[in-house]
Every structure is written in structure tokens, then in C-alpha cells.
Ligand binder design. Structure first.
Ligand code: KG4
Ligand code: ZN
Length: 333
């Protein structure tokens, strides 16, 4: 089954063509990050307009690179939630038009299910059940994935997402948006014990997380140093910060695996590209006897290959959409 999938929930326009979910025939990603960097974050209106300009040409290119003709496309998929609503609607509307014109089914895909599916693309042998640590710019949660379209959230952030925390701390250090990768680079060789940063413990569900206290601690530390005219050890701060985020994510992921009785762990989302998180996860999994699946960096950030893959499993589960399906800024997984 050949699926053409579109992703436009934030600042990447992406189109992919896949065969039977896991074989990616083409995977085109056009990042708008440079356009938004000047504003220090994504400007929704600009994102929507850029998606409109790019999506059709990108789809043409994806079909051409896949080496197929349009008539071979069996279904068209798009992210329909969650995301910046104007941005989501561009990709979804394009997909509706394409599905209608080609006379094939439309498949609406939850963006975060797509991030989890990045692991199916990267690891052909992987099947549920497993624990997924999902860490992106807008979401951070741990899910028990019991089937391709069945999953249960075990713990989630009560405030900021891990990626958002990376981006805000990067900004206070004067690094360009999106700051996660730049913070990662800055932290290399830094002393991760240089600054004592808080690890949150939230009342209630011990698998829930919180990153706003950590973010405030970093912002206060930088501002205080600036006011006193003190020099900040920038690599040391970036390394101490990455260690704090990683501690919070990994301890809970290990607890979740023990609680659910799973021995396989997948990580996904933009923050899954972080070198400290990847290393700590690998160490913790080795120590606890779990198998870790961490997709290559290209599949961690937003892309349409992951949407195409999840779309295949949604289709098999009977989850096709009508042409009047709406897009949503927020939606439970
Ligand atoms: O999954 P994603 O591409 O988009 C969303 O669905 O949000 O995640 C983007 C987030 C941004 O916050 C970005 O700074 C972060 O992932 N990120 C990283 C790294 N690469 C991207 N955070 C930490 N370390 C990285 N290497
Ligand atoms: Zn994403």
C-alpha cells in the first residue's frame, strides 16, 4: 500500500511517500527554522503562510523522488492534531484535496503517534508493546504503547515540555532558535556538576514531570550573574542543564518500564536527538536489562515519514477520515 503523507504542524513542511508503512520511498523536509530564528520562536502566521507556499511543490518532489506515478498512491495522510492550528490546517487541507482528486481514502494522523512511529521506520523488527519516552518542543510524556493504535499515558509534564525548556534556556544564553541542538553542542566537554540545578518531584503521579522550575532556575542564575558582572561557565551551565533534564526523564522512564512490566524502551521527538539523553538512556537500559530503540537524528525531529508510517497502521485499524475532518490544536493521544 502506497501512502502520500503530509506534516505541517509546526515549522517544518514535510511530505513523504511510503510503502506498507515502514518502507520510505521519499522523505522531503523543508525547515522554516531560519525564518523564525529572528523572532526567537515560531510565529504561527508566518509558519502557515510558508506551508502554503511550499506544500504542493514538496509533494510533487516527494512523488518524483519515490519513483511512482500519482495513480499508484493508495491513500493520502496528514497530521490533524496537535499543533499550531493554522499550520496544521494547511497540510490537512492539501491532503484532503489530494485524496479527493485521486479518489483515495484520507487518513488523519495524531502528530505524537507519528513521533512514536518514527521508531517503526528506524527499526523494522519493532512491534508493540513497549514504553515510549516522547519528548518534543510541545509535549513530554511517557506512554505504554500496547498496540499500533492503542497507548496509555503513564506520566506527563505538568507545565513546560522538555524541548520548550531547552529552547527558553538557550535563549537566555543568547543562542539562536531552536536552541535545543545549540545547547547540546555548547554542553560538549562542559562540567555537568558545575551548577546545582533542581530536579522536580511532583505530588500525585510520580511519573509526572515538571520543567518550569528548572527553566526559572537557569534564567535566574544567568540574570543574577549578569547583574553582579560575574562570568558564566557557559559549557558548564549547558551540561548541568542537560544532566538535570536527562535525570528527570530517565528516572521516570525506568520506573514506567518496571511498573508496566516492559523490557523495551523507545525514545522519540526532537529532544530524543539530545546526546546526554541518549547516552543516559543507553546506560540506564543496559543497567536494567532493557532494550533501547533510539531513531537516527533525522527521524527524531518533525518529518512526514513517521506520519506515513503511523497512517498505515491507522488504515489497518479502520481509521480513515471523512473529507470534512477538522484539525485541532490539542488532542489526547
Ligand atoms: O519533535 P520536534 O521536532 O517538534 C515538535 O513536535 O515540537 O521537537 C522540537 C524540539 C525543539 O524544542 C528543539 O530545541 C528540540 O526538539 N531539540 C533538541 C535537540 N534537537 C532538537 N533538544 C535537545 N537537544 C537536541 N540535540
Ligand atoms: Zn513534533
Amino acid at each position: 500500500m502506497i501512502i502520500l503523507a503530509v506534516e505541517s504542524s509546526c515549522d517544518e513542511t514535510a511530505v513523504s511517500v511510503s510503502r506498507d508503512g515502514r518502507t520510505i520511498l521519499s522523505d522531503e523536509v523543508l525547515s522554516q527554522a531560519d525564518l523564525h530564528a529572528v523572532y526567537g520562536g515560531v510565529v504561527p502566521e508566518i509558519a502557515s503562510r510558508k506551508h502554503i507556499e511550499s506544500v504542493a511543490a514538496l509533494a510533487e518532489m516527494a512523488v518524483k523522488k519515490a519513483g511512482i506515478s500519482r495513480s499508484e498512491i493508495n491513500a493520502v495522510a496528514a497530521t490533524y492534531a496537535p499543533g499550531l492550528i493554522g499550520a496544521v490546517l494547511v497540510g490537512l487541507s492539501f491532503a484532503k484535496g489530494a485524496a479527493y482528486a485521486l479518489g483515495v481514502p484520507l487518513i488523519a494522523v495524531h502528530h505524537m503517534r507519528g513521533h512514536i512511529a518514527a521508531n517503526y521506520v528506524a527499526f523494522p523488527e519493532l512491534e508493540p508493546p513497549f514504553i515510549a519516552l516522547v519528548v518534543s518542543g510541545g509535549h513530554s510524556f511517557i506512554a505504554d504503547v500496547t498496540g499500533y493504535t492503542e497507548m496509555r499515558i503513564m506520566g506527563t509534564t505538568r507545565d513546560d515540555a522538555a524541548g520548550e525548556c531547552f529552547d527558553k534556556c538557550a535563549r537566555v544564553l543568547g543562542l539562536p532558535y531552536p536552541g535545543g541542538a545549540a545547547m547540546d553542542k555548547l554542553s560538549q566537554g562542559g562540567n555537568d556538576k558545575k551548577y546545582l540545578l533542581p530536579r522536580a518531584n511532583v505530588a500525585g503521579n510520580r511519573l509526572d514531570m515538571s520543567f518550569s522550575g528548572l527553566k526559572t532556575a537557569v534564567i535566574n542564575l544567568v540574570h543574577n550573574a549578569e547583574q553582579k558582572g560575574e562570568e558564566i561557565d557557559r559549557p558548564g551551565l549547558a551540561a548541568s542543564f542537560a544532566a538535570a533534564v536527562s535525570d528527570e526523564l530517565i528516572s521516570r522512564t525506568m520506573d514506567a518500564a518496571a511498573q508496566a512490566g516492559r523490557d523495551r524502551i523507545c525514545v522519540c521527538g526532537g529532544v530524543a536527538a539530545n546526546s546526554r539523553v541518549r547516552k543516559d538512556l543507553a546506560d540506564a537500559c543496559r543497567k536494567n536489562g532493557y532494550t533501547l530503540f533510539a531513531p537516527p537524528l533525522k527521524l527524531c525531529g518533525d518529518n512526514a515519514a513517521m506520519i506515513a508510517c503511523q497512517a498505515y497502521y491507522e488504515y489497518l485499524a479502520g481509521n480513515t477520515a471523512e473529507l470534512d475532518v477538522n484539525g485541532f490544536a490539542n488532542m489526547e493521544i
